[in-house]
Write a protein that binds this ligand. Structure first.
Ligand SMILES: Nc1ncnc2c1ncn2[C@@H]1O[C@H](COP(=O)(O)OP(=O)(O)OP(=O)(O)O)[C@@H](O)[C@H]1O
Ligand SMILES: O=C(O)C1=C[C@@H](O)[C@@H](O)[C@H](O)C1
Ligand SMILES: [Mg+2]
Length: 167
């Protein structure tokens, strides 16, 4: 959550000349409500149903850069669909670096509200095993969005080169 998927995904799509889609924004458009409002009025389980349906639908479309919600990869159907149809890159960040960013995130991320720092830290580490299922991982600590987007292009080139070799 808040590692920079939306920010960097948009930049990456520009550099690759591909369409950028942010799943959270698509859910907000479809449902006509902000994500914090969906959580407040309908609850997290309802949001997770919308998220599963929308992410699995969008992940099957080719030639796009798709930015998932921060909790999406904890859902098994989302994991399977994304891994089968796309290249999944885990943008990772160290806890210490993430805490420096937390203030920027709180207002728009319902899961951070009414939690103390130790609860948030527990959630942060609990999610790591789900995020570990991927095609590549990139640690973004101290890198600017531009640097992360360029590093992602290098990762993609390596993945494409190794898949060409296997043909
Ligand atoms: N490389 C970076 N360095 C510093 N700040 C960043 C970087 N990338 C993103 N940010 C900032 O961190 C915040 C969260 O970024 P963003 O919304 O892109 O994260 P996200 O991974 O899409 O979050 P979510 O998981 O909720 O979808 C924003 O305020 C953004 O400007
Ligand atoms: O980390 C999470 O579980 C979330 C992150 C955001 O992208 C939104 O999908 C929502 O706030 C939930
Ligand atoms: Mg995002």
């Amino acid at each position: 959550m808040g590692v920079g998927k939306t920010t960097v995904g948009e930049l990456l799509a520009q550099k690759l000349n591909r369409t950028f889609i942010d799943v959270d924004q698509e859910i907000e458009k479809d449902f006509g409500m902000s994500i914090p409002d969906i959580f407040t009025k309908h609850g997290e389980p309802f949001f997770r149903e919308l998220e599963q349906a929308k992410t699995c639908e969008l992940a099957q479309e080719p030639l796009r850069v798709l930015s998932l919600g921060g909790g999406a990869f904890l859902n098994e159907s989302i994991q399977k669909t994304c891994l089968a149809h796309g290249i999944v890159i885990h943008l990772d960040i160290d806890w210490a670096e993430w805490t420096e960013r937390m203030e920027l995130l709180i207002d728009d991320r319902p899961l951070l509200q009414s939690k103390d720092l130790s609860d948030v830290q527990e959630l942060f580490y609990k999610r790591q095993s789900a995020y570990a299922v991927n095609h590549a991982r990139l640690l973004i600590n101290k890198r600017t969005p531009e640097e992360v987007a360029d590093a992602l292009i290098d990762s993609l080139k390596q993945i494409w080169a190794s898949s060409e070799l296997r043909k």
